[in-house]
Write a protein that binds this ligand. Structure first.
Ligand code: HAM
Length: 431
């Protein structure tokens, strides 16, 4: 019996990889341009880090973590998200001594034991961005604008909606007052809610707002709105965030029921959503988490961040033509016919590669027809449609020449071996 991949994980096969590279390259370009620096983090951490950060009452911590004991008996967990580990590193390495905000990003796989479905995996990838140590609303707006700019460069911005909300803070007159009101309302209407929501009323009442079931929606449409309960400071912060977003020219809608699946949020929260991916409609989400760094034993630094779900972004991208290979030089296929021609071509291949061309070399034992057939079937040839072949047999070698053949048209000409590298570089490998 052959062994198959674990349920809910997936391979990124050759060919698909090009879209992933593009997403990651544009992410780096955009994040760099806003002054963010990359940080690379472990994919597992002590279990208690996630319990403390994401929240004991959340679905992630209660049901979705890959937790195991290592051989030394410590409980460790494959990261379900990147924020917790990044803050751990921020505190552990004293990064907070630098001028603030400290702007960091990271990318890589995350793990959640969720029910697999289209757009939802058990191993998936995020681009995660965090700005630490600054609570000004202009940072909230800049962060959302940067996220939109990333999607604009991918030509996806017009297919997404920016939803924002404020979750207030933990001052008694702000979110706690709302929570009391909400619980009172939900208890009074509990018999009309689904079982999961009924159970959530005491455990995590704000999450009830997120339920998509029609019977719950009917109740929730009349529930008190958090926006009406924000304290003066939080209302002002949200107002400013919106003003700066408008000044930057970022269209957005306020979604009063936008609550997030992690407990650490306060004030600004946001999601980028699409109608094109079915139930899994969020391609990115984030928000502010002032107080969390202190809770983890660090300084009282505020923070804000987001994560993009790379699988969902890749799914939205159209299949690309050759222009997507921008920056990569078109390939050259070197065909030696025999041992001596092979030895002559080997250093030439390396020279061309060092100049950025993609070079493939035959091993000298196949017939010319077979080699040309193979050259035409190479992935570069298929995707790019243009490729140069260089044919070098014993006769050409004796004359100090090689044949350069454009594969698509079949036109060929003779070039002196001494000028071959320059000739191919001048072509840029192109037809
Ligand atoms: P999140 O909303 O849980 O936030 O995840 C962010 C994005 O990751 C989602 O919008 C979605 O695109 C993608 N995602 C989540 N779960 C899956 C899955 N099972 N399969 C595929 N894609 C998925 C966070 O993780 C926060 N740490 C974001 C953040 C950073 N907040 C502040 N800083």
């Amino acid at each position: 019996m052959t062994i198959r991949a674990v349920r809910g994980v997936h391979d990124i096969l050759p060919g698909e990889g090009e879209k992933w590279r593009r997403v990651e390259r544009i992410a780096r370009d955009v994040f760099d341009s806003y002054g963010y620096e990359e940080i690379r983090l472990p994919i597992f951490e002590r279990t208690e880090l996630f319990a403390r950060t994401i929240g004991e009452a959340t679905d992630i911590v209660q049901k979705e973590m890959y937790t195991f004991q290592d051989r030394g008996g410590d409980s460790v967990t494959l990261r379900p998200e990147a924020t917790a580990g990044l803050l751990r590193a921020y505190i552990e390495h004293g990064l907070f001594v630098h001028p603030k905000p400290i702007k960091l990003y990271t990318m890589g796989p995350m793990f959640r034991y969720e029910r697999p479905q289209a757009g939802r995996y058990r191993q998936f990838h995020q681009l995660d961005v965090e700005a630490l140590g600054d609570e000004h609303a202009s940072l909230d707006a800049e962060m959302i604008a940067m996220l939109v700019e990333f999607f604009r460069r991918l030509d996806l911005a017009q297919r997404l909606q920016v939803e924002i909300n404020s979750l207030g803070d933990e001052k008694p007159e702000c979110r706690p007052r709302y929570r009391t009101e909400l619980v009172r309302y939900l208890r009074a209407n509990a018999d009309r809610l689904c079982e999961e929501c009924r159970e959530r009323i005491e455990r995590n009442p704000l999450r009830v707002l997120d339920c998509k079931k029609p019977e719950c929606r009917r109740v929730l449409d009349r529930a008190p709105a958090l926006g009406d309960f924000l304290c003066a400071d939080c209302a002002a912060h949200f107002g400013k965030t919106r003003e700066y977003l408008e000044a930057t020219g970022v269209p957005h809608v306020v979604s009063p029921r936008l609550v997030r699946g992690l407990d650490y949020y306060m004030r600004t929260t946001f999601e980028l959503t699409t109608t094109e991916l079915g139930a899994q409609n969020a391609v990115a989400g984030g928000g502010r988490y002032d107080g969390l760094i202190k809770l983890l034993g660090g300084p009282p630094d505020p923070g804000i961040g987001f994560a993009v779900g790379v699988e969902r972004v890749v799914q939205l991208l159209p299949d690309e033509g050759p222009e997507a290979w921008e920056g990569r030089r078109v390939g050259v296929f070197l065909i030696p016919l025999g041992e001596e021609p092979l030895k002559r071509l080997l250093p030439i291949a390396n020279q061309l590669r060092s100049k950025g061309l993609v070079v493939e070399v035959g091993h000298g034992e196949r017939k010319l027809g077979r080699e040309l057939e193979r050259a035409n079937k190479l992935p570069q040839a298929k995707r790019l449609g243009v490729l140069q072949a260089v044919i070098l047999g014993p006769d050409e070698l004796a004359r100090g020449e090689a044949i350069v053949r454009e594969l698509k048209s079949g036109t060929q000409r003779t070039v002196p071996l001494s000028g071959l590298v320059d000739e191919l570089l001048a072509l840029g490998g192109r037809a």
